[in-house]
Write a new protein. Structure first.
Ligand code: HEM
Length: 156
């Protein structure tokens, strides 16, 4: 169990970089696409797919950590009231997890709504706005000392 915890934490930590790199690529292509009115999603369809898939993977590992593997959230689930009074436990049990679930739902919604738009320009713009909101939330909730504890940027 301890090994699985370390492996999951490791995957969760590195997958964050796939999310950041592909999130930036999606934003860049959506921005350019809305300016140049290129077809939607055009050649960046695989980039969107990798971005959304990496978010789904992050959610899956996050839920596994939250409910099964992490000693921090397991302790929080045993006594949620006490956990909410401790800022460092509350960060994992509430802020990081809940805000990231919301961010992932926002990114997914944007990608679904964009496909339904009548013109490429509207589709790119929809993709850009929803992805930007999700991306900012994700960045704020990465544990790098901005809004909570600090964890390694590159877990070795
Ligand atoms: C895009 C979304 C997410 C990003 C970028 C992200 C990023 C991270 C990072 C960088 C860590 C620290 C890993 C380390 O120790 O080096 C972490 C830990 C953790 N995350 Fe996430 N996460 C995301 C979503 C989620 C979600 C949706 C959940 C739960 C539903 C979650 C639950 C956790 C838990 C429980 C821990 C570990 C706490 C411990 O140390 O035991 N994460 N996350």
């Amino acid at each position: 169990m301890q090994n699985l915890y370390q492996i999951s934490l490791y995957l969760h930590s590195w997958n964050r970089w796939i999310i950041i790199v592909f999130g930036l690529l999606v934003l860049w292509h959506a921005w350019k696409g809305s300016k140049n009115q290129t077809p939607f999603p055009g050649h960046y369809k695989p980039i969107n797919i990798i971005f959304i898939s990496s978010l789904h993977l992050q959610l899956l590992i996050g839920l596994l950590l939250y409910f099964v593997l992490s000693p921090i959230t397991k302790a929080a689930l045993n006594d949620f009231g006490a956990a909410m009074k401790d800022a460092s436990i509350r960060y994992w049990a509430m802020e990081h997890s809940l805000m990231n679930v919301i961010a992932i739902a926002i990114a997914q919604t944007g990608s679904i709504l964009a496909k339904k738009k009548s013109t490429p320009r509207l589709a790119h713009r929809t993709m850009f706005i929803w992805t930007l909101i999700a991306f900012i939330l994700i960045l704020l909730m990465i544990p790098m000392g901005i809004m909570g504890p600090e964890r390694p940027w590159f877990k070795l």
